[in-house]
Ligand binder design. Structure first.
Ligand code: 13P
Ligand code: ZN
Ligand code: NA
Length: 283
């Protein structure tokens, strides 16, 4: 029986750290995340996008998480990241998943609320926690001027209304981060985050944390972020290490050999992100 993320995030909120959510894709990346989190005594969220769930198969992902929970006594959850299809969420929750993000952030406010409410109603009956997003993450090449930022970023007043209207358990905020890498250093709107935090009681989530300087992530955590999502910063070193291995060993054909440097490179980053989140030695 898998867990939702409510208790993990509430503990982080109370003690001013963040739970890292690492996007995984296969057995190797899954192992790196849970093995490292367990070594560091950190709670951890194993995140899978819709394409990952289709690639790796929901039943395998649920079973892997269940096995890791038996093996390791740290809090962990299997979480659906950026899911937009309600039927897909329902079938994965039916398969045992207990933590979901319904991403309706591209819809107008009322449609966003209605879609999220539908997921909350279903998920809460099953004991699953629900994250949703208000505002849009900026595209990586967008250099927003203030007016644009104001319309794309999470509005603090709306955030309060949104949490009340939907009944969500955690809120993903748009404060200047983007998925993937940045052209320069991202500018995060900390005043906006502070205003959201003052109004909203549920744990806040930071998406797009890859390539954000550690100090900025830590400042966001100090202002109320309780969950930090990391994908790209893990994928790049994993792939680079595998590429490097093939360059040095062009005839390699044993996955146990060529995947290992990828896992090691990824592990170093997972460790570092756990330290940035301040989530080590919490259990
Ligand atoms: P990054 O790829 O920038 O780490 O974003 C990850 C994310 O937000 C997953 O939901
Ligand atoms: Zn995201
Ligand atoms: Na990013």
């Amino acid at each position: 029986k898998l867990h939702n993320t409510n208790e993990m995030l509430k503990d982080a909120q109370k003690k001013h750290y963040a739970v890292p959510a690492f996007n995984i894709h296969n057995l190797e990346t899954f192992q790196v995340v849970v093995d490292t989190a367990s070594e560091m005594r950190s709670p951890v969220i194993i995140a899978a996008t819709p394409s990952t769930v289709r690639y790796a198969d929901k039943d395998y992902l649920v079973a892997l998480t269940g096995t890791a929970m038996e093996k390791y006594d740290i809090p962990m959850s299997f979480h659906l990241d950026h899911h937009e299809d309600v039927a897909e969420i329902e079938s994965t929750v039916a398969a045992g998943c207990r933590s979901v993000m319904i991403d309706a952030s591209r819809l107008p406010y009322d449609e966003n609320v209605n879609k999220v409410k539908e997921v909350v109603a279903f998920a809460h009956i099953c004991g699953a926690s629900v994250e949703a997003e208000l505002g849009k993450l900026v595209g990586q090449e967008d250099d927003l001027v203030v007016d644009d930022a104001d319309s794309a970023y999470t509005n603090p007043e709306d955030a309060l209304r949104y949490v009340e209207d939907t009944g969500i358990d955690s809120l993903a905020v748009a404060i200047g981060t983007a998925h993937g890498l940045y052209k320069g250093t991202p500018k995060l709107d900390f005043d906006r985050l502070t205003e959201i935090r003052q109004r909203v009681e549920v744990p806040l989530v930071l998406h797009g944390a890859s390539d954000v300087p550690d100090e900025l992530v830590q400042k966001a955590i100090s202002l109320g972020i309780c969950k930090v999502n990391v994908a790209t910063d893990l994928k790049i070193p994993f792939s680079n290490a595998v590429k490097e291995f093939f360059k040095e060993n062009p005839g390699a054909n044993d996955p146990r050999k060529y995947m290992t440097p990828g896992k090691e490179a990824m592990k170093a980053i997972v460790k570092h992100k756990i330290e940035v989140c301040g989530s080590q030695n919490r259990y």
